[in-house]
Write a protein that binds this ligand. Structure first.
Ligand code: ARG
Length: 463
């Protein structure tokens, strides 16, 4: 069949070229945005007298009918159409006759597709943000339950200092708050209407871009029509926010995988989010967490793909830009899927406080507190640090721990040591003493929980 754009050419193309050129397989998911956008366009054309009010009414009703039929399944997408824009216009013209052909007045697919993408991403950004909030709630639930559970804190994956498990979890909450902030910030630049930019240069018709933008809930309009049709920064920013979010989910997944190993056994993931092995009967594998970690690479790829597509493009629209969709859709589908799995996996995760505590008791993670004890008694920190180090090395040699060394041994290293040293190096005490803002004591952790709740309940996170 000849194309709707037949004219300059006869519109007859090779089937392989058609398949190559077509985007309907992936852009039909924007049918709601495309139709809603067209309804606002028809309303604007009618209001401005570019078409008659009666024609506008007919177009709007026709579009509403197509939307309803697509929603109900009465109308199927025709895969032989070039893209969703052509499909809707074709059905409209089939149903309404010549009036249907007036819809595309003072518009181009170039501003139309940019409009659809912005509307689609606005909605998807909201959906992702809601899922991030759900994950934050799951983390808060675990943090509250494990508020005073002592666990080793690590640097270089070596036991470093005792912390509370809640404190560790809340580090992820802070990352996710920043993710929310990034999505909401990028939404500000997404929520700007390109429609009315037309092919690239604007139009001779007396359009009202602001009316059309307001109808569609946009906060502003693109101020330069060339930029309006060639800007995909909002897609790149969105992908950037997705990539950073995935990096966070991936780090979290990595820890879940470590923590559920026999070597750590700090947590047990629910059977619902693990799998068995086809050969080894004893296995319980954290496949979901591994897949989240794995899928992070693919979202990074989506970001790189779009950046690379855009880097050499002259202004304004180029067909290369059709490639924005698969990257953006793949990333948002992946992010949503990962969040959908992560949230209940965290919510149902069982923590094993005894094992956490036992791990904290090995590895001399109270050595800093031992040095601090001597500082409190008047010794300069460097000297205290050295003695604490010598005592650790003595313990390792003797196969014992700081808590079990007799006082006489302590005193052979410094006469500043007294009975009270044992209280100071008790792990729970070490944790409770770290009362600095943002620190690991249960009180500091409570303040962090309150902060996260406050941001979740009262909106924007500023940092
Ligand atoms: N399917 C196209 C895309 O996704 C729509 C815009 C086509 N515009 C054009 N001048 N060929 O980018």
């Amino acid at each position: 069949m000849a194309k709707m754009w037949a004219g300059r050419t006869d519109g007859v193309t090779d089937r392989i070229a058609d398949d190559f050129n077509s985007s309907i397989a992936f852009d039909s998911r924007m049918f709601r945005q495309d139709i809603t956008g067209s309804m606002a366009h028809a309303a604007m054309l009618g209001k401005q007298g570019i078409i008659t009010p009666a024609e506008a009414e007919t177009l709007i009703e026709g579009l509403a009918g197509i939307l309803a039929d697509l929603e109900s399944g009465a109308l199927a997408i025709d895969p032989s159409c070039e893209d969703i824009h052509m499909f809707v216009e074709q059905v409209l013209t089939e149903r309404l006759g010549d009036v249907g052909k007036k819809l595309h007045t003072a518009r181009s697919r170039n501003d139309q597709v940019a409009l659809d993408m912005r509307m689609y991403l606005r909605d998807e950004t909201d959906a992702i943000m809601q899922k991030v909030r759900d994950l934050l709630e799951a983390i808060l639930g675990q943090a509250k339950e494990n508020r005073a559970v002592t666990v080793p804190g690590y640097t270089h994956l070596q036991r470093a200092q005792p912390i509370t498990f809640a404190h560790h979890l809340l580090a992820y909450a802070m990352m996710l708050l920043r993710d929310l902030d990034r999505f909401s910030d990028c939404k500000k630049r997404t929520n700007v209407s390109p429609i009315g930019s037309c092919a690239l240069a604007g139009t001779t018709y007396g359009t009202d871009r602001r009316f059309e933008a307001a109808e569609l809930g946009f906060a502003d309009i693109c101020r330069n029509s060339i930029d309006g049709v060639s800007d995909r920064d909002f897609c790149v920013e969105f992908l950037g926010a997705c990539a950073i979010l995935m990096m966070h989910l991936s780090r979290f997944s990595e820890e879940l995988i470590l923590w559920s190993s026999w070597e750590f056994k700090f947590v047990e993931l629910s059977d619902a989010y693990t799998t068995g092995s086809s050969i080894m009967p004893q296995k319980k594998n954290p496949d979901m967490a591994e897949l989240i970690r794995g899928k992070t690479g693919r979202v990074y790829g989506d970001l790189m793909a779009l950046l690379t597509t855009l880097k050499g493009l002259p202004l304004a629209y180029n067909k290369d830009m059709q490639e924005d969709k698969e990257s953006v859709f793949d990333a948002l589908d992946t992010v949503k899927m990962c969040l959908d799995v992560m949230t209940p996996m965290i919510g149902t995760m069982k923590t094993l406080p005894q094992n956490m505590k036992a791990a904290a008791q090995k590895g001399f993670i109270n050595a800093t507190d031992l040095a601090d004890y001597l500082v409190k008694k008047g010794m300069p920190f460097r000297a205290a640090y050295k003695i604490a180090g010598q005592l650790v090395s003595y313990c390792i040699k003797e196969g014992t721990v700081l808590e079990e060394l007799p006082l006489a041994t302590y005193q052979s290293y410094s006469d500043l040591f007294g009975e009270d040293v044992y209280g100071d190096i008790d792990l729970d005490v070490c944790v409770k003493k770290r009362i600095s803002e943002g620190g690991t004591s249960p009180d500091s952790v409570d303040a962090q929980i309150r902060y996260v709740e406050e941001v979740l309940n009262h909106g924007e996170h500023i940092h």
